[in-house]
Design a binder for this molecule. Structure first.
Ligand code: NOJ
Length: 554
Protein backbone atom coordinates (compact mmCIF):
# COMPACT_ATOMS: atom_id res chain seq x y z
CA UNK A 1 0.00 0.00 0.00
CA UNK A 2 1.17 3.54 -0.68
CA UNK A 3 2.89 5.07 2.37
CA UNK A 4 1.76 8.67 2.70
CA UNK A 5 3.97 9.60 5.66
CA UNK A 6 1.01 11.29 7.32
CA UNK A 7 2.89 11.23 10.63
CA UNK A 8 5.14 14.06 9.46
CA UNK A 9 2.33 16.54 9.95
CA UNK A 10 1.19 15.28 13.33
CA UNK A 11 1.79 16.00 16.97
CA UNK A 12 1.32 13.00 19.25
CA UNK A 13 0.12 12.81 22.81
CA UNK A 14 1.30 9.88 24.92
CA UNK A 15 -1.19 8.33 27.28
CA UNK A 16 0.10 6.20 30.11
CA UNK A 17 -3.33 4.71 30.81
CA UNK A 18 -3.21 4.02 34.53
CA UNK A 19 -2.62 7.64 35.41
CA UNK A 20 -4.46 9.58 32.74
CA UNK A 21 -8.12 9.73 33.76
CA UNK A 22 -10.36 7.36 35.69
CA UNK A 23 -13.78 7.19 34.07
CA UNK A 24 -15.39 4.43 36.16
CA UNK A 25 -14.36 5.52 39.64
CA UNK A 26 -12.21 2.53 40.62
CA UNK A 27 -9.09 4.61 41.19
CA UNK A 28 -7.29 3.51 38.02
CA UNK A 29 -7.16 5.42 34.75
CA UNK A 30 -9.15 3.78 31.94
CA UNK A 31 -10.52 4.19 28.42
CA UNK A 32 -13.77 5.73 29.55
CA UNK A 33 -11.62 8.45 31.08
CA UNK A 34 -9.69 8.80 27.84
CA UNK A 35 -12.93 9.09 25.89
CA UNK A 36 -14.00 11.99 28.09
CA UNK A 37 -10.71 13.74 27.42
CA UNK A 38 -10.45 13.29 23.66
CA UNK A 39 -11.56 16.88 23.11
CA UNK A 40 -8.94 18.10 25.56
CA UNK A 41 -6.19 16.34 23.58
CA UNK A 42 -7.64 17.57 20.32
CA UNK A 43 -7.89 21.16 21.60
CA UNK A 44 -4.27 21.01 22.61
CA UNK A 45 -3.59 20.58 18.91
CA UNK A 46 -2.53 16.95 19.11
CA UNK A 47 -3.80 14.76 16.33
CA UNK A 48 -2.23 11.51 17.31
CA UNK A 49 -2.27 9.36 20.43
CA UNK A 50 0.26 6.76 21.53
CA UNK A 51 -1.16 4.40 24.10
CA UNK A 52 1.26 2.71 26.45
CA UNK A 53 0.08 -0.93 26.74
CA UNK A 54 -3.64 -1.51 27.23
CA UNK A 55 -3.53 -5.30 26.88
CA UNK A 56 -4.35 -7.80 29.62
CA UNK A 57 -1.39 -8.00 31.97
CA UNK A 58 -0.58 -8.94 35.54
CA UNK A 59 0.94 -5.47 35.80
CA UNK A 60 4.42 -6.40 36.99
CA UNK A 61 5.80 -3.71 34.67
CA UNK A 62 2.60 -1.67 34.43
CA UNK A 63 1.39 -3.36 31.26
CA UNK A 64 4.73 -3.94 29.53
CA UNK A 65 4.28 -7.54 30.63
CA UNK A 66 1.54 -8.71 28.29
CA UNK A 67 -0.49 -11.85 28.87
CA UNK A 68 -2.71 -11.53 25.79
CA UNK A 69 -1.82 -9.44 22.76
CA UNK A 70 -5.22 -9.63 21.12
CA UNK A 71 -7.40 -8.04 23.73
CA UNK A 72 -7.76 -4.97 25.94
CA UNK A 73 -7.52 -5.33 29.71
CA UNK A 74 -10.87 -5.19 31.47
CA UNK A 75 -9.17 -2.82 33.92
CA UNK A 76 -9.26 -0.27 31.11
CA UNK A 77 -12.77 -1.15 29.91
CA UNK A 78 -12.04 -4.01 27.50
CA UNK A 79 -12.34 -4.10 23.73
CA UNK A 80 -15.66 -2.30 23.57
CA UNK A 81 -14.24 0.76 25.31
CA UNK A 82 -11.21 0.66 23.06
CA UNK A 83 -13.31 0.65 19.89
CA UNK A 84 -15.25 3.60 21.22
CA UNK A 85 -12.05 5.56 21.87
CA UNK A 86 -10.61 4.57 18.49
CA UNK A 87 -13.76 5.72 16.70
CA UNK A 88 -13.90 8.88 18.78
CA UNK A 89 -10.30 9.68 17.91
CA UNK A 90 -10.81 8.98 14.22
CA UNK A 91 -13.96 11.11 14.13
CA UNK A 92 -11.81 13.99 15.38
CA UNK A 93 -9.18 13.34 12.72
CA UNK A 94 -6.75 11.86 15.23
CA UNK A 95 -4.59 8.79 14.65
CA UNK A 96 -4.01 6.12 17.30
CA UNK A 97 -0.91 3.99 17.71
CA UNK A 98 -0.43 1.08 20.08
CA UNK A 99 2.55 -0.08 22.04
CA UNK A 100 3.87 -3.31 20.57
CA UNK A 101 5.91 -5.18 23.17
CA UNK A 102 7.34 -8.26 21.52
CA UNK A 103 10.81 -8.61 22.94
CA UNK A 104 9.16 -10.33 25.90
CA UNK A 105 5.78 -11.37 27.27
CA UNK A 106 4.41 -11.81 30.74
CA UNK A 107 5.16 -15.15 32.40
CA UNK A 108 1.36 -15.50 32.60
CA UNK A 109 1.06 -15.55 28.82
CA UNK A 110 -0.34 -18.84 27.57
CA UNK A 111 2.73 -19.28 25.33
CA UNK A 112 5.04 -19.21 28.33
CA UNK A 113 2.81 -21.48 30.37
CA UNK A 114 2.92 -24.03 27.55
CA UNK A 115 6.58 -23.49 26.79
CA UNK A 116 7.64 -24.24 30.33
CA UNK A 117 5.70 -27.51 30.06
CA UNK A 118 7.23 -28.27 26.66
CA UNK A 119 3.87 -28.32 24.98
CA UNK A 120 4.28 -28.00 21.21
CA UNK A 121 4.55 -25.80 19.27
CA UNK A 122 5.51 -23.53 22.18
CA UNK A 123 8.60 -25.35 23.44
CA UNK A 124 11.00 -22.97 21.71
CA UNK A 125 8.99 -19.78 21.98
CA UNK A 126 11.35 -18.50 24.68
CA UNK A 127 15.09 -18.60 25.32
CA UNK A 128 15.69 -21.60 27.56
CA UNK A 129 19.06 -22.90 28.68
CA UNK A 130 20.12 -25.72 30.98
CA UNK A 131 22.14 -25.10 34.10
CA UNK A 132 25.89 -25.13 33.49
CA UNK A 133 28.29 -27.34 35.41
CA UNK A 134 28.84 -26.19 38.95
CA UNK A 135 25.36 -24.67 39.08
CA UNK A 136 26.43 -21.70 37.01
CA UNK A 137 24.05 -19.45 35.10
CA UNK A 138 24.01 -19.83 31.29
CA UNK A 139 25.99 -16.57 30.93
CA UNK A 140 26.88 -13.40 32.84
CA UNK A 141 24.23 -11.07 31.42
CA UNK A 142 22.38 -8.63 33.65
CA UNK A 143 18.73 -7.80 33.40
CA UNK A 144 17.86 -4.14 33.03
CA UNK A 145 15.49 -4.30 36.00
CA UNK A 146 16.15 -7.13 38.43
CA UNK A 147 19.58 -8.63 38.93
CA UNK A 148 20.80 -11.34 36.63
CA UNK A 149 19.10 -11.98 33.30
CA UNK A 150 18.38 -15.66 34.01
CA UNK A 151 15.62 -17.20 36.09
CA UNK A 152 15.39 -20.84 37.04
CA UNK A 153 12.06 -22.41 36.19
CA UNK A 154 11.05 -25.27 38.47
CA UNK A 155 8.50 -26.60 35.99
CA UNK A 156 10.82 -26.99 33.00
CA UNK A 157 13.99 -27.35 35.08
CA UNK A 158 15.84 -24.87 32.93
CA UNK A 159 16.74 -21.20 33.01
CA UNK A 160 14.91 -18.67 30.88
CA UNK A 161 16.28 -15.33 29.73
CA UNK A 162 14.61 -12.12 30.93
CA UNK A 163 16.28 -8.89 29.88
CA UNK A 164 13.76 -6.95 31.97
CA UNK A 165 11.78 -8.07 35.05
CA UNK A 166 11.91 -11.68 36.20
CA UNK A 167 8.32 -12.08 35.14
CA UNK A 168 9.04 -10.80 31.60
CA UNK A 169 10.59 -13.75 29.75
CA UNK A 170 12.24 -12.90 26.42
CA UNK A 171 10.70 -14.36 23.29
CA UNK A 172 12.87 -16.39 20.95
CA UNK A 173 12.57 -14.32 17.78
CA UNK A 174 14.76 -16.80 15.91
CA UNK A 175 11.79 -19.14 15.95
CA UNK A 176 9.75 -18.49 12.77
CA UNK A 177 6.57 -19.34 14.66
CA UNK A 178 7.19 -16.47 17.05
CA UNK A 179 7.64 -14.11 14.13
CA UNK A 180 4.36 -15.40 12.68
CA UNK A 181 2.72 -14.48 15.97
CA UNK A 182 4.19 -10.97 15.83
CA UNK A 183 2.86 -10.46 12.33
CA UNK A 184 -0.50 -11.79 13.39
CA UNK A 185 -0.62 -9.29 16.24
CA UNK A 186 0.30 -6.45 13.90
CA UNK A 187 -2.36 -7.41 11.39
CA UNK A 188 -4.98 -7.87 14.08
CA UNK A 189 -4.64 -4.30 15.35
CA UNK A 190 -4.15 -2.72 11.94
CA UNK A 191 -7.28 -4.49 10.67
CA UNK A 192 -9.13 -3.15 13.67
CA UNK A 193 -8.17 0.33 12.52
CA UNK A 194 -5.18 1.38 14.60
CA UNK A 195 -2.69 3.51 12.74
CA UNK A 196 0.65 2.10 13.77
CA UNK A 197 2.92 0.97 16.56
CA UNK A 198 5.52 2.17 18.97
CA UNK A 199 7.76 -0.88 19.11
CA UNK A 200 9.18 -1.49 22.57
CA UNK A 201 12.96 -2.13 22.79
CA UNK A 202 12.77 -3.41 19.26
CA UNK A 203 16.54 -3.29 18.79
CA UNK A 204 16.87 -6.09 21.40
CA UNK A 205 14.92 -8.79 19.58
CA UNK A 206 17.85 -10.69 18.03
CA UNK A 207 20.43 -12.17 20.38
CA UNK A 208 23.92 -13.18 19.32
CA UNK A 209 24.28 -16.89 18.60
CA UNK A 210 25.69 -18.81 21.53
CA UNK A 211 24.71 -16.01 23.96
CA UNK A 212 28.36 -15.26 24.82
CA UNK A 213 29.51 -13.68 28.06
CA UNK A 214 30.06 -9.93 28.10
CA UNK A 215 33.32 -8.81 29.69
CA UNK A 216 33.00 -5.27 28.44
CA UNK A 217 30.16 -3.52 30.23
CA UNK A 218 30.27 -2.76 33.99
CA UNK A 219 26.46 -2.85 34.16
CA UNK A 220 23.68 -4.12 31.87
CA UNK A 221 26.20 -6.75 30.91
CA UNK A 222 25.23 -8.53 27.71
CA UNK A 223 23.80 -5.54 25.92
CA UNK A 224 26.43 -5.59 23.19
CA UNK A 225 25.26 -9.09 22.32
CA UNK A 226 21.60 -8.27 21.91
CA UNK A 227 21.27 -4.56 21.07
CA UNK A 228 21.28 -4.34 17.24
CA UNK A 229 21.77 -8.10 17.23
CA UNK A 230 22.72 -10.12 14.16
CA UNK A 231 19.27 -10.66 12.62
CA UNK A 232 17.39 -7.61 13.84
CA UNK A 233 17.16 -6.02 10.38
CA UNK A 234 16.15 -9.28 8.77
CA UNK A 235 13.28 -9.69 11.24
CA UNK A 236 12.14 -6.09 10.97
CA UNK A 237 12.25 -6.41 7.19
CA UNK A 238 10.07 -9.48 7.43
CA UNK A 239 7.53 -7.66 9.63
CA UNK A 240 7.48 -4.81 7.17
CA UNK A 241 7.14 -7.01 4.10
CA UNK A 242 4.46 -9.35 5.44
CA UNK A 243 2.44 -7.02 7.61
CA UNK A 244 3.25 -3.33 7.94
CA UNK A 245 3.74 -2.41 4.28
CA UNK A 246 0.17 -3.51 3.57
CA UNK A 247 -1.15 -0.61 5.60
CA UNK A 248 -0.46 3.12 5.55
CA UNK A 249 0.80 2.96 9.10
CA UNK A 250 3.41 4.63 11.29
CA UNK A 251 6.13 2.73 13.13
CA UNK A 252 8.46 4.01 15.81
CA UNK A 253 11.19 1.81 17.19
CA UNK A 254 12.41 2.31 20.73
CA UNK A 255 16.20 2.16 20.53
CA UNK A 256 18.41 2.42 23.60
CA UNK A 257 22.06 3.24 22.86
CA UNK A 258 21.67 4.31 19.29
CA UNK A 259 23.45 7.16 17.53
CA UNK A 260 22.20 8.69 14.27
CA UNK A 261 24.53 6.74 11.98
CA UNK A 262 23.23 3.45 13.34
CA UNK A 263 19.65 4.70 13.35
CA UNK A 264 19.83 5.25 9.60
CA UNK A 265 20.13 1.50 9.12
CA UNK A 266 16.65 1.22 10.59
CA UNK A 267 14.89 4.37 9.46
CA UNK A 268 16.44 5.75 6.29
CA UNK A 269 13.63 6.72 3.97
CA UNK A 270 14.86 4.66 1.04
CA UNK A 271 14.68 1.21 2.51
CA UNK A 272 14.49 1.48 6.31
CA UNK A 273 12.28 -0.93 8.18
CA UNK A 274 10.75 1.66 10.52
CA UNK A 275 9.63 5.27 10.13
CA UNK A 276 11.41 6.78 13.08
CA UNK A 277 13.12 5.94 16.39
CA UNK A 278 12.96 6.86 20.02
CA UNK A 279 16.58 7.68 20.69
CA UNK A 280 17.87 8.22 24.22
CA UNK A 281 20.62 10.79 23.63
CA UNK A 282 18.27 13.68 24.40
CA UNK A 283 17.59 11.95 27.74
CA UNK A 284 21.27 11.86 28.66
CA UNK A 285 22.01 15.52 29.35
CA UNK A 286 22.04 14.92 33.11
CA UNK A 287 23.13 11.31 33.34
CA UNK A 288 25.50 8.79 31.81
CA UNK A 289 23.49 6.46 29.56
CA UNK A 290 20.93 5.55 32.25
CA UNK A 291 18.91 7.86 34.49
CA UNK A 292 20.45 6.42 37.67
CA UNK A 293 24.02 7.33 36.66
CA UNK A 294 23.33 10.93 37.54
CA UNK A 295 25.44 13.89 36.39
CA UNK A 296 24.87 17.64 36.59
CA UNK A 297 22.70 18.91 33.76
CA UNK A 298 24.66 20.18 30.77
CA UNK A 299 22.87 22.29 28.16
CA UNK A 300 25.79 21.63 25.83
CA UNK A 301 25.24 17.91 26.01
CA UNK A 302 21.56 18.36 25.29
CA UNK A 303 22.29 20.64 22.35
CA UNK A 304 24.83 18.23 20.99
CA UNK A 305 22.19 15.51 20.97
CA UNK A 306 19.65 17.79 19.32
CA UNK A 307 22.18 18.93 16.71
CA UNK A 308 23.39 15.48 15.83
CA UNK A 309 19.95 14.08 15.26
CA UNK A 310 18.72 17.12 13.35
CA UNK A 311 21.80 17.40 11.16
CA UNK A 312 22.47 13.76 10.44
CA UNK A 313 18.91 12.77 9.65
CA UNK A 314 18.11 15.81 7.53
CA UNK A 315 16.91 14.73 4.09
CA UNK A 316 17.55 11.07 4.93
CA UNK A 317 15.24 10.08 7.75
CA UNK A 318 12.62 11.43 10.11
CA UNK A 319 13.11 12.39 13.76
CA UNK A 320 10.88 11.60 16.69
CA UNK A 321 11.01 14.54 19.11
CA UNK A 322 10.39 14.23 22.83
CA UNK A 323 11.53 15.42 26.21
CA UNK A 324 9.35 13.24 28.41
CA UNK A 325 7.75 9.86 28.55
CA UNK A 326 6.78 7.28 31.17
CA UNK A 327 10.39 6.05 31.50
CA UNK A 328 12.05 9.23 32.75
CA UNK A 329 11.56 11.84 35.44
CA UNK A 330 9.81 15.09 34.48
CA UNK A 331 11.86 17.37 32.24
CA UNK A 332 11.35 20.62 34.16
CA UNK A 333 12.88 18.92 37.21
CA UNK A 334 15.80 17.77 35.05
CA UNK A 335 16.63 20.34 32.40
CA UNK A 336 14.63 23.31 33.66
CA UNK A 337 13.93 24.73 37.10
CA UNK A 338 11.11 24.04 39.53
CA UNK A 339 11.61 27.58 40.85
CA UNK A 340 10.83 28.86 37.35
CA UNK A 341 8.43 26.05 36.65
CA UNK A 342 6.20 27.81 34.13
CA UNK A 343 8.97 29.80 32.46
CA UNK A 344 11.30 26.86 32.04
CA UNK A 345 8.43 24.57 31.04
CA UNK A 346 7.61 26.90 28.18
CA UNK A 347 11.23 27.32 27.20
CA UNK A 348 11.70 23.56 27.03
CA UNK A 349 8.63 23.31 24.82
CA UNK A 350 10.12 25.87 22.43
CA UNK A 351 13.47 24.10 22.52
CA UNK A 352 12.08 20.95 20.92
CA UNK A 353 8.72 21.65 19.31
CA UNK A 354 10.21 23.64 16.41
CA UNK A 355 12.77 21.05 15.40
CA UNK A 356 12.19 18.74 12.47
CA UNK A 357 10.34 15.55 13.28
CA UNK A 358 7.15 14.31 14.88
CA UNK A 359 6.82 15.67 18.42
CA UNK A 360 5.42 13.64 21.27
CA UNK A 361 4.00 15.19 24.43
CA UNK A 362 3.69 13.03 27.51
CA UNK A 363 0.56 13.49 29.63
CA UNK A 364 1.06 16.31 32.12
CA UNK A 365 4.06 17.76 30.33
CA UNK A 366 1.75 20.32 28.73
CA UNK A 367 0.82 21.74 32.15
CA UNK A 368 4.36 21.66 33.47
CA UNK A 369 4.05 18.78 35.93
CA UNK A 370 7.21 18.22 37.94
CA UNK A 371 8.74 15.27 39.79
CA UNK A 372 6.87 13.52 42.56
CA UNK A 373 9.07 12.79 45.57
CA UNK A 374 7.66 10.29 48.05
CA UNK A 375 8.62 10.42 51.72
CA UNK A 376 9.10 6.65 51.88
CA UNK A 377 10.60 4.28 49.37
CA UNK A 378 7.71 1.89 50.03
CA UNK A 379 5.48 4.29 48.06
CA UNK A 380 7.22 3.42 44.80
CA UNK A 381 5.31 1.07 42.53
CA UNK A 382 7.80 0.64 39.72
CA UNK A 383 9.69 -2.67 39.58
CA UNK A 384 12.89 -0.99 38.39
CA UNK A 385 12.82 1.69 41.11
CA UNK A 386 12.12 -0.81 43.87
CA UNK A 387 14.95 -3.05 42.77
CA UNK A 388 17.30 -0.14 42.46
CA UNK A 389 16.43 1.18 45.90
CA UNK A 390 16.82 -2.18 47.56
CA UNK A 391 20.01 -3.29 45.83
CA UNK A 392 22.18 -0.52 44.47
CA UNK A 393 24.83 0.31 47.05
CA UNK A 394 22.41 -0.65 49.81
CA UNK A 395 25.31 -1.67 52.04
CA UNK A 396 27.17 1.64 51.73
CA UNK A 397 24.53 4.31 51.18
CA UNK A 398 21.91 5.25 53.76
CA UNK A 399 18.20 4.73 53.12
CA UNK A 400 17.80 8.46 52.88
CA UNK A 401 20.52 8.88 50.25
CA UNK A 402 19.09 6.06 48.18
CA UNK A 403 15.63 7.57 48.45
CA UNK A 404 17.00 10.91 47.21
CA UNK A 405 18.68 9.06 44.38
CA UNK A 406 15.32 7.61 43.38
CA UNK A 407 13.71 11.04 43.64
CA UNK A 408 16.15 12.14 41.02
CA UNK A 409 16.05 9.15 38.70
CA UNK A 410 12.90 7.08 39.18
CA UNK A 411 10.35 6.67 36.40
CA UNK A 412 7.65 6.89 39.03
CA UNK A 413 8.50 10.58 39.38
CA UNK A 414 6.51 11.05 36.16
CA UNK A 415 3.84 8.40 36.61
CA UNK A 416 1.57 10.05 39.16
CA UNK A 417 -2.01 10.76 38.12
CA UNK A 418 -2.72 13.58 35.73
CA UNK A 419 -3.66 16.79 37.53
CA UNK A 420 -6.99 17.84 36.07
CA UNK A 421 -8.20 20.25 38.76
CA UNK A 422 -7.72 21.48 42.31
CA UNK A 423 -10.51 19.19 43.48
CA UNK A 424 -10.11 16.02 45.49
CA UNK A 425 -7.58 13.64 43.95
CA UNK A 426 -6.75 16.30 41.39
CA UNK A 427 -9.98 15.45 39.56
CA UNK A 428 -8.32 12.23 38.38
CA UNK A 429 -10.74 9.86 40.09
CA UNK A 430 -13.93 9.92 42.13
CA UNK A 431 -12.68 6.94 44.15
CA UNK A 432 -11.52 7.63 47.70
CA UNK A 433 -8.05 6.52 46.87
CA UNK A 434 -6.30 6.63 43.51
CA UNK A 435 -4.11 3.65 42.56
CA UNK A 436 -1.00 5.78 43.01
CA UNK A 437 0.02 8.90 44.94
CA UNK A 438 -0.81 12.30 43.54
CA UNK A 439 1.77 15.05 43.43
CA UNK A 440 1.01 17.42 46.29
CA UNK A 441 1.32 20.47 44.05
CA UNK A 442 -1.92 19.64 42.19
CA UNK A 443 -3.78 22.54 43.78
CA UNK A 444 -1.58 25.01 41.89
CA UNK A 445 -0.58 22.90 38.91
CA UNK A 446 -3.66 21.59 37.13
CA UNK A 447 -5.50 21.76 33.83
CA UNK A 448 -8.54 23.68 35.12
CA UNK A 449 -6.41 26.53 36.46
CA UNK A 450 -4.36 26.67 33.28
CA UNK A 451 -7.45 26.75 31.07
CA UNK A 452 -8.28 30.05 32.74
CA UNK A 453 -4.82 31.58 32.77
CA UNK A 454 -3.96 33.15 29.41
CA UNK A 455 -0.23 32.79 30.07
CA UNK A 456 -0.21 29.26 31.39
CA UNK A 457 2.11 26.50 30.23
CA UNK A 458 -0.93 24.80 28.69
CA UNK A 459 -1.79 27.85 26.57
CA UNK A 460 1.84 28.10 25.52
CA UNK A 461 1.80 24.51 24.28
CA UNK A 462 -1.41 25.20 22.39
CA UNK A 463 0.10 28.22 20.69
CA UNK A 464 3.36 26.46 19.91
CA UNK A 465 1.58 23.48 18.38
CA UNK A 466 -0.68 25.76 16.32
CA UNK A 467 2.38 27.61 14.98
CA UNK A 468 4.07 24.35 14.17
CA UNK A 469 1.05 23.22 12.22
CA UNK A 470 0.66 26.48 10.35
CA UNK A 471 4.24 27.01 9.20
CA UNK A 472 5.66 24.70 6.61
CA UNK A 473 9.17 25.80 7.59
CA UNK A 474 8.79 23.82 10.82
CA UNK A 475 8.03 20.65 8.94
CA UNK A 476 10.51 20.99 6.11
CA UNK A 477 13.05 23.71 6.89
CA UNK A 478 16.79 23.21 7.27
CA UNK A 479 18.10 23.28 10.83
CA UNK A 480 21.07 25.31 12.04
CA UNK A 481 22.33 25.66 15.62
CA UNK A 482 23.84 29.15 15.79
CA UNK A 483 25.62 28.97 19.13
CA UNK A 484 26.95 25.47 19.43
CA UNK A 485 29.49 26.39 22.06
CA UNK A 486 27.24 28.27 24.45
CA UNK A 487 26.49 26.49 27.71
CA UNK A 488 23.47 28.68 28.41
CA UNK A 489 21.76 29.62 25.16
CA UNK A 490 20.25 27.37 22.54
CA UNK A 491 19.65 29.35 19.36
CA UNK A 492 18.43 27.49 16.32
CA UNK A 493 16.86 28.43 13.06
CA UNK A 494 14.84 26.67 10.42
CA UNK A 495 14.92 27.88 6.83
CA UNK A 496 12.72 27.05 3.86
CA UNK A 497 13.28 29.26 0.85
CA UNK A 498 12.82 32.82 2.05
CA UNK A 499 10.93 31.81 5.18
CA UNK A 500 12.86 31.52 8.42
CA UNK A 501 12.18 30.77 12.05
CA UNK A 502 14.57 31.69 14.84
CA UNK A 503 14.20 30.10 18.28
CA UNK A 504 16.11 31.53 21.24
CA UNK A 505 16.14 29.56 24.51
CA UNK A 506 18.00 30.30 27.71
CA UNK A 507 18.76 27.29 29.89
CA UNK A 508 19.85 29.40 32.85
CA UNK A 509 18.47 31.71 35.50
CA UNK A 510 21.15 34.39 35.17
CA UNK A 511 20.95 37.12 32.50
CA UNK A 512 22.78 36.37 29.26
CA UNK A 513 23.34 38.80 26.46
CA UNK A 514 21.90 37.45 23.22
CA UNK A 515 22.79 38.93 19.85
CA UNK A 516 20.92 37.81 16.76
CA UNK A 517 22.97 35.62 14.43
CA UNK A 518 24.27 37.24 11.29
CA UNK A 519 21.54 37.75 8.68
CA UNK A 520 18.70 38.00 11.21
CA UNK A 521 17.25 41.43 11.97
CA UNK A 522 14.98 40.96 14.98
CA UNK A 523 13.23 44.28 14.44
CA UNK A 524 11.91 42.88 11.15
CA UNK A 525 10.87 39.53 12.47
CA UNK A 526 7.46 38.72 13.88
CA UNK A 527 7.70 37.57 17.48
CA UNK A 528 5.31 34.64 17.46
CA UNK A 529 5.89 33.22 20.89
CA UNK A 530 7.55 34.26 24.13
CA UNK A 531 7.48 33.56 27.84
CA UNK A 532 8.15 37.16 29.03
CA UNK A 533 7.71 40.72 27.73
CA UNK A 534 9.60 41.47 24.57
CA UNK A 535 11.89 44.52 24.60
CA UNK A 536 14.84 44.61 22.23
CA UNK A 537 18.11 46.41 22.69
CA UNK A 538 20.08 46.66 19.50
CA UNK A 539 19.70 43.48 17.49
CA UNK A 540 19.36 41.36 20.62
CA UNK A 541 18.31 41.34 24.26
CA UNK A 542 19.43 40.27 27.72
CA UNK A 543 17.64 37.13 28.78
CA UNK A 544 15.41 36.71 31.81
CA UNK A 545 15.47 33.37 33.66
CA UNK A 546 14.77 30.57 31.18
CA UNK A 547 13.55 33.04 28.61
CA UNK A 548 12.50 31.90 25.15
CA UNK A 549 11.39 33.66 22.00
CA UNK A 550 10.34 32.44 18.59
CA UNK A 551 10.74 34.87 15.68
CA UNK A 552 9.36 34.38 12.19
CA UNK A 553 10.85 36.04 9.11
CA UNK A 554 9.32 36.10 5.66
C1 NOJ B 1 10.59 0.13 27.49
C2 NOJ B 1 9.32 0.67 28.06
O1 NOJ B 1 9.13 1.99 27.66
C3 NOJ B 1 9.42 0.50 29.55
O2 NOJ B 1 8.40 1.18 30.24
C4 NOJ B 1 9.41 -0.96 29.86
O3 NOJ B 1 9.57 -1.14 31.24
C5 NOJ B 1 10.54 -1.69 29.12
N1 NOJ B 1 10.67 -1.28 27.76
C6 NOJ B 1 10.30 -3.16 29.12
O4 NOJ B 1 9.19 -3.45 28.33
Amino acid sequence: MEQTHWYKDRVFYQIWPRSFCDGNGDGVGDLLGVYEKLDYIHDLGCDGIWFSPLYPSPGVDCGYDISNYLDIDSLYGGMEAFRKVLDGAHERGMKVIMDLVVNHTSDEHEWFQKSRRRIEPYTDYYIWRPQRLGGKLPNNWDSVFEGKAWQWDEVRKEYYLHLFAIRQPDLNMDNPLVRQEVKRIMRFWLELGVDGFREDVITFISKRDGLPNDYFMPTVRGIKHYNHGPRVHQYLEEFKRDALSRYDCFTIGEAPLVAPAKALDYINEKDGQLNTMIQFQCMNADCFLVDYAVLPFSARRLKRAFDQWQEKLQGKAWNMLYLENHDHPRVISRYGSEKYRAESGKMLAAAYLFQQGTPFIYQGQEIGMVNWRPKHASEYEDVQTRWHYENWFADVLSDETRLKWCHRASRDSARTPMQWSAEKNAGFTTADKPWFSINENYREVNVAAQEKGPDSVLQFYRKAIAIRKRLRVVRDGTYVDHQKLSGSLFVYSRTLGSERLLVVCSFVERPVRFRAPRGFDLAHGELLLKNYGSELSGNGFTTKPYECRVYHFT
